[in-house]
Design a binder for this molecule. Sequence first.
Ligand SMILES: [Zn+2]
Length: 238
Amino acid sequence: MQEADLRPSSREELRAPAGANAAALGALAVLACAFLFASYCIARALVGGFGSGLGTIALCASATAAASIFLWWLVPFADFAEIFWVHLPADRRARAAQCPHCGYPHESRATCTECGRSTEPLPAWALGARPVRRLAAVLVPALVVGCVAGEAWCRLDESRFVVEARGAAGPYTRARAFPTGFARMSCDEDGALHSEAWPDFDRDRSWQSGDESRRPRGIGWKAEADEREAAEKAQRAP
Ligand SMILES: [Zn+2]
């Protein structure tokens, strides 16, 4: 009879302070938003093309949703506050023969003489529905935030590029903004805008001259490099 009365109170004990949970879930939310933002930007750079229509946005958002699979292994961290505030102290007290609730020595009594609750050790933490629900409640909004922020960031970068390309006389090219520096945007002579991931990958290897001025850049680099090479060859020839 008394045991039945004690159960609900020990269930209540299995909750960490609300602030601790908010901090743990907030940290997870920040991590998830950053990861999903980067995933969206990378998807956008890999898809290529300049600007985005609904099709591109849908494709990149699906790729980002697929990338969120990598965040699901963090599911025990959704219960971090409970593990840290409830299960670890209870475990320490159980090993020291103390009441799991108040820490008073129980001297093998079933009921604590200090707080009147059961001295039975608390159940160990187990993966259940609660951490999964909590992580889902973090990941779904984070997916929306990541995609919206990623799209806004890519558009901002592209509109900045358009302004720069207009200001530059002739063709213009530069890398996309962080975190997608591997992709390049370019504006050719007739003002057509392109963006591609890993353009001319070989060039990036052959480029690395110690002399900064000898590193060819931009559109027409290959023709210039060939010309220079031919000129050097002609010079060397007797
Ligand atoms: Zn007690």
